[in-house]
Design a protein. Sequence first.
Length: 274
Amino acid sequence: MTEKKRLNKKGLSRRAFIKRAAVGVTVGVAATYGVTAMMQKSSTDSTNVDMITISDLELVSKIELKKEDSLIIVDMQNDFLPSGALPVNGGDKIISPINSLAERFHNHDNIIVMTQDWHPPGHHSFASSHNKEPFEPFESEGIGPVLWPDHCVEGSKGAEFHPDVEGRFANAIIRKGYHQNVDSYSAFIENDMKTYTGLSGLLNTLGIKRVFLCGLALDYCVFYSAIDGRNLGFDVVLPIDLSKAIDSPPGHLSNVLQKMMDEGVQFVKSDNIA
């Protein structure tokens, strides 16, 4: 896969797109840590002239499951849910419908994979590892462009799947972000853009051709997983009601929806997957 293939229509590389996006998410949550003014100063305008919303998406009316289909449930962990270290608003509201879809895949004998952010203590993406505050700017290969609060530390309560998530349906769990010096948003490729999580190899070995992505967050880990999935040759379907977005700064969600449409990602309501 070449860097050219990772360019969006504005000519931004994946690294540049991550940088623009991550600056946005810090604006939305940095107030908790008293650094909002710092992040707003460094924020860039990501608003499109023609704003795309979820209601504007062209949805597939019905999708019938095939044996080559797999469901990927992204990062439904305590730290990304309300009261967690990096919560996505409303993330708990999608647990029950995700369970319902997972049971449907299970009953069709389709492969289900759950991803799990799994950082070692002192991970290089943590602000605490640098004696800095969360969301301060920082860049190195595979890390940045900002530092995060400690989250999803391996073996911790925050790294566990929410207790209401039906993990019994999963055939495999892919852990990501466990390399000390590399972060990972995508379920397929880590942020250095050369370290593979093993998910693509697993799916290819099992003969999977199409992946359905759900979980958290729509405009970050789900989005990067969708783009990498397409670049790796998979058909990608996103049940749009089974993910929640951050949309910070305003317009970021519109940008990623447009990018996914441009890359051929399909959208559907989960009730229309049979």
